[in-house]
Design a protein around this ligand. Structure first.
Ligand code: SF4
Ligand code: SF4
Length: 247
């Protein structure tokens, strides 16, 4: 951002609680489902094939991914569990206040600051109205979040690392086996809440199956060629199991 110090105050417009998927840790997803609300799952695959430089961003992504297809067509898979607020968050009250304020998810506590260290905070990319910027507490200085926010961001990043393998194992137990290619598309699943909650609650007693094979969904002809050459299985074009959106 141009200004080295960014001041911000939430004006409780409620805009960030509508029309979105809200990433959750596993523990947050369990509570979300327990309250009777819905959780979607976004599955992303990647490998060195399209990022041969092993950049800091690549290393960051591997830390929040699980390795699958170990014998052939090896891939990293990131599973994002996300509260379904595609219309509006079920916890958003009529007065635009959060109904679970004391236990709201980490990403809600961190917004509008960025969690991803490779994304710069830009006001124009945030849904907060103009009057929320320029006054109130310091959000960040020279791109560095204020100390309490830094703690929350670190907590969120650590949960991403700690939960990475378990989230993929949970997806496997529910039969999900197709991921989009990171940056190329989005594959979004809407599992049944009871089944997902049961899979989360039994995750510690669950072993990942050695032979479980993941496939990649892409409509990009060039990428399909690269993946086929690396013996990475491709998913057929249509499926009722998930919604696919090319980027
Ligand atoms: S949990 Fe609360 S803060 Fe988070 S999106 Fe829902 S209403 Fe908004
Ligand atoms: S969009 Fe910004 S100002 Fe509006 S409720 Fe969310 S955080 Fe607050």
């Amino acid at each position: 951002m141009e200004n080295s110090t960014v001041r911000y105050t939430c004006v409780t417009c409620g805009a960030c609680c509508k029309e979105r998927l809200i990433p959750l840790t596993i523990a947050e997803a369990e509570k979300w489902l327990d309250r009777g609300d819905h959780v979607a799952i976004i599955l992303e695959a990647f490998s060195y094939l399209t990022d041969p430089e092993i950049s800091p961003e690549y290393i960051h992504n591997t830390s929040r991914a699980a390795i699958v297809n170990k014998d052939k067509g090896r891939l990293h898979i990131i599973a994002i569990f996300a509260a379904n607020a595609l219309k509006r968050c079920p916890n958003l009250q009529e007065n635009n206040l959060c109904g679970i304020y004391e236990e709201r998810p980490l990403v809600c506590r961190i917004y509008p600051m960025e969690i991803n260290p490779f994304i710069e905070l830009r006001k124009e990319n945030k849904i907060c109205p103009p009057e929320s910027w320029g006054n109130g507490d310091i959000l960040c200085s020279d791109g560095v979040a204020n100390p309490p926010l830094r703690l929350l961001i670190n907590e969120s990043k650590q949960a991403d690392v700690d939960d990475a393998a378990a989230k993929v194992a949970i997806c496997e137990s529910l039969g999900m086996s197709v991921a989009s290619w990171k940056g190329d598309g989005l594959a979004v699943y809407f599992p049944g809440s009871e089944a997902l909650l049961a899979a989360i609650q039994t995750r510690n007693s669950r072993q990942r199956e050695d032979g479980y094979q993941w496939k990649v969904r892409t409509d990009n002809a060039g990428l399909r060629e690269i993946l086929l050459a690396a013996e990475i299985p491709l998913a057929p074009g249509e499926s009722n199991a998930y919604i696919y959106q090319a980027l």
